[in-house]
Design a protein around this ligand. Structure first.
Ligand code: ADP
Length: 718
């Protein structure tokens, strides 16, 4: 905002600096009533002076220097300049702005000033003139005539230089106007040092050219913005505003466009001036609509657009002489309402705290102030005008400021977003990595599961294949026996014996099926173990006592040998085991020992304690079930714990499935233990189980086992 204000002030001061000098020079009261006395004026020191008069004014006369040879040809009006003709009166009647007239003025300069070149700045004169100084024809603009047909309008500032005479000098200007609303010398004629007048003109041209150039660059920039981002129409409208004001600036002020394009007629120049103004107003309203669509009233805009287009058409077809008379209604009916509409939209946007709306209000207020100033100039309330273009420039600068802010913010936001996006992508990548690794581990688990399932399936089918023969043999026998009974092939009295054999076979079959099922479930991990911490020795003692009777029924003695453990007093051994399953192992070993020990044989159950060898291996107890039976051949020992293995030659005499020891091995392994055997043929076998134990202070449980047995309700289940 500060930048916009500074640029505006700089341009304004640069452009109007010479005018301020003009305003400060005191014009002496003329020594004679018909001459402007400039005897005290020093062009080099005092600067430029306005030739405000008094001027002789000859209405409807085109007089030349020769016409004044014999004095004044007519009684003239005495007028001051600048002024429009219609402000002069003859016999109380205001003159028309259409007509022709001759201005004549005398100015008196000192002998010192005389003889040195002076410059004359002749501004816009409506709408053609011819000029003489001291009888010499210096030039003019357009063609002066006595009616619209004979005159050619042309109006833009020009500079003349001449060498004045010391004392009286005479300036004659013929002016005619049949082309537009304004008539006469309506802007200030200035006199000064020739160089100063030339530089005044040059500076003004430079300022207007600079202004026009700025606007052109802004227009091109905005159009490019629009072309690159077509969804933002506000940039396009902003570009149109800039272009329209650029065109207007080249036509106003020093009107340098006529120098650039000498072929451009005055009529089309004025049309262009009006078109550019209409385009400015129209695109301004459209621009504001796009800037703040929620605050805009589109219906109002459409009305303005239609009215402005209509006026534009009128300007196109009508001559300047006609349409320039509609300047005031145009300003009041169209220009002011559109300005108020724009102001209304901006104020609404500011009240709603829209982006850049406050800057807009300030910029537009500045612009609006220059418009009011221009109106005051045209109505003679202020001495100079031409600020509108600067006001517009100021407004456009504020818009540029807004645009830059918007772009900067957009870029900053997009940078922020890209940083956030890369963070999101990073985190997404991390999540994807995590998910992928989860999926991979899930996949591994699934593969393991699949392998486990196929292993289980293989175990089952292998087991079934292995036991098929043992299953089918008793069934075949049972079928044969039962058929024999049924068909009375055997004598009646032998039938009970056959029925007894059928019963035996069915018991065998039942046991076999139980074993197969148990082993299969052990192999597949389907059996859930209920591990509890139990005092080991009381438990073994209790089981030994329990199976002793069973063994003695077979004529075999079973002895529990109380161990002599190297434990401190008050300490005991605890084992983590499933009592139900572990008893199955114990029972199987006892059962085998009884089965393979002839009568009068002996079975010893005893234990060894091995303290912790190192921190990685805790203490263990080795439980022995040793018999004095038939023993196992050495070559059979490596196979003894395999499924369906039976020592050759033995199974014919002893019933069995060959699954018992395989089941024992599985159960012991699930207790983190090991099972093994030592045997000498003919002397007996020693089956031993190595089991991890915990040494701890004895508790009541120990006594409970010693006295009543274990009830299996230990809460310390694993
Ligand atoms: P089975 O039901 O045949 O006894 P096991 O798996 O329990 O099946 O035993 C496998 C084989 O190991 C037996 O067939 C037997 O030959 C041999 N065996 C097991 N225990 C003893 C033992 N205490 N003395 C001699 N041989 C044994």
């Amino acid at each position: 905002m500060k930048f916009a204000v500074s640029v505006f002030l700089m341009l304004f001061i640069w452009c109007h600096a010479p005018l301020s000098v003009t305003a400060t020079v005191a014009v002496d009261t003329p020594s004679s009533p018909d001459a402007q006395n400039l005897q005290q004026w020093h062009p080099g020191k005092d600067g430029i002076v306005a030739l405000s008069g008094p001027w002789e004014f000859y209405w409807n006369r085109l007089l030349e220097p020769g016409d004044f040879a014999g004095g004044m040809p007519d009684q003239p009006l005495t007028v001051s300049v600048p002024a429009e003709w219609k402000s002069y009166t003859i016999d109380g009647q205001a003159l028309s702005n259409e007509g022709y007239a001759t201005y004549r003025m005398k100015f008196v300069i000192s002998g010192e000033t005389g003889g040195r070149p002076l410059g004359l700045y002749v501004p816009n004169v409506a709408s053609a003139y011819r000029l003489w100084i001291n009888g010499e024809h210096l030039g003019g603009n357009g063609t002066v005539g006595t009616d619209s047909a004979s005159m050619i309008p042309r109006s833009h500032p020009k500079v003349y230089s001449f060498v004045p005479r010391p004392g009286d000098n005479e300036l004659i200007i013929q002016v005619s106007n049949f082309a537009q609303r304004t008539g006469g010398i309506w802007e200030t004629v200035e006199l000064g040092d020739a160089d100063k007048i030339a530089s005044l003109h040059r500076n003004r041209v430079l300022v207007w050219a600079f202004l026009t150039g700025c606007l052109l660059v802004m227009a091109v920039f905005s159009v490019f913005l629009y072309l690159f981002r077509k969804q933002d129409r506000s940039a396009l409208w902003f570009g149109v505003i800039c272009l329209a004001i650029c065109t207007r600036s080249s036509l106003l002020g020093e009107s340098f466009v006529y120098v650039l394009f000498p072929g451009l007629s005055w009529e089309w120049g004025v049309k262009l001036e009006y078109f550019s103004e209409i385009a400015t107003i129209l695109s301004l309203a459209a621009f504001v609509n796009k800037q703040y669509p929620q605050e805009a009233t589109v219906r109002l805009f459409r009305f303005f657009a239609a009215a402005l287009a209509g006026f534009g058409l009128f300007v196109l077809v009508a001559p300047a002489r006609v349409y320039t008379h509609f300047m005031l209604p145009y300003v009041i009916v169209l220009l002011l309402p559109v300005f108020l509409y724009v102001m209304y939209v901006y104020i609404r946007a500011a009240l709603r705290h829209r982006t850049g709306s406050r800057t807009n209000v300030i910029g537009f207020l500045g612009f609006f102030a220059t418009v009011i100033h221009e109106m005051m100039y045209y109505t003679g309330l202020v001495p100079f005008g031409g600020l509108v273009s600067f006001g517009l420039l100021f407004f456009l600068l504020t818009q540029l400021l807004n645009l830059s802010l918007l772009f900067t913010r957009a870029i900053a936001r997009s940078e922020l977003l890209s940083v956030e996006l890369s963070k999101v992508i990073e985190s997404q990548e991390e999540t994807i990595r995590q998910r992928t690794s989860d999926l991979q581990s899930l996949n591994v688990q699934l593969e393991q599961g699949n392998r486990e399932l196929s292993r289980i399936e293989n175990v089952r089918s292998a087991l079934l294949a292995e036991v098929y023969h043992d299953l089918s043999t008793p069934i075949t026998a049972m079928k044969g026996f039962s058929k024999a009974i049924h068909t009375a092939v055997i004598p009646q009295e032998e039938a009970p014996a056959y029925a007894g054999r059928i019963y035996e076979r069915s018991l065998m079959l039942e046991k076999l099926i139980d074993n197969v099922l148990e082993l299969s479930q052990l192999n597949t991990g389907e059996i859930q173990f209920q591990f509890v911490e139990v005092p080991l020795l009381p438990l073994l003692r209790q089981w030994s006592d329990g199976y002793a009777a069973e063994a003695s029924a077979q004529g075999v003695g079973l002895i529990w040998e109380e161990p002599d453990l190297p434990l401190p007093p008050g300490q005991e051994l605890l084992a983590v085991l499933d009592p139900f399953r572990f008893e199955r192992v114990f029972a199987n070993l006892i059962s085998n020992a009884v089965k393979y020990t002839p009568g009068d044989g002996r079975i010893r159950v005893w234990t060894e304690f091995a303290p912790a060898a190192d921190p990685d291996h805790g203490p263990v107890v080795v439980i022995h079930v040793a018999d004095s039976g038939i023993g196992i051949p050495e070559e059979a020992l490596p196979h003894i714990f395999k499924r369906r293995y039976r020592v050759p030659g033995i199974h014919q005499t002893k019933a069995g499935s060959g699954l018992g020891l395989a089941i024992c091995k599985e159960i012991v392994a699930r207790h983190q233990g090991e099972i093994g055997v030592k045997s000498i043929i003919g002397e007996g076998s020693d089956f031993y189980i190595t089991l991890p134990v915990i040494v701890c202070a004895s508790k009541a449980g120990a006594e409970a086992y010693a006295e009543g047995g274990y009830d299996g309700n230990d809460d310390s289940a694993d």
